[in-house]
Write a protein that binds this ligand. Structure first.
Ligand SMILES: [Zn+2]
Length: 149
């Protein structure tokens, strides 16, 4: 790669799987890049849908508006991965994978970072942080609430 082809904000090479951006999911990832967690809010019934989908699972409406949420939640479930199932995670083990119950309703899989993986407990209060892993993708992760960066 030539120096001129490298964007100024380039981050170190990221070798883990990345989401494939589509017209459907791009607003979610654009919001993450801007430091906001945003979900589809159904125009028919107000349900916040996640995972991203073309229809509301509650009322089947196709209409929605992207709506930012607080990013606050609690740990609903937590596990520690000791084995790398993808070569990109070899340097990460052991690492935490958690299901986060967001205050507004949706649950999302993520990582709780900033604490040893084994110390993450169900019920822990967490808040979203944004990890820019490439110039295009910023991954939402969580940290214990009230901790500094
Ligand atoms: Zn709905």
């Amino acid at each position: 790669m030539t120096e001129s082809a490298k964007p100024e904000s380039a981050v170190p090479e990221y070798n883990k799987p990345l989401p494939v951006l589509t017209d459907e999911n791009r607003p979610f990832w654009d919001a993450c890049r801007s430091g906001r967690l945003s979900f589809q809010c159904c125009s028919g019934c107000g349900h916040l849908r996640y995972p991203i989908s073309p229809f509301c699972p509650e009322c089947l409406s196709a209409d929605f508006a992207w709506t930012p949420v607080s990013g606050r939640g609690t740990v609903f479930a937590s596990v520690v991965f000791h084995q790398a199932y993808h070569p990109g995670f070899k340097q990460e083990v052991p690492y935490n994978v958690a299901l986060i119950q967001l205050e507004e309703g949706p649950r999302m899989y993520s990582n709780v970072v900033g604490v040893p993986p084994r110390e993450v407990r169900v019920g822990d209060l967490v808040e979203v942080i944004f990890d820019p892993v490439t110039t295009e993708i910023t991954v939402p992760r969580f940290r214990p609430r009230g901790t500094a960066t």
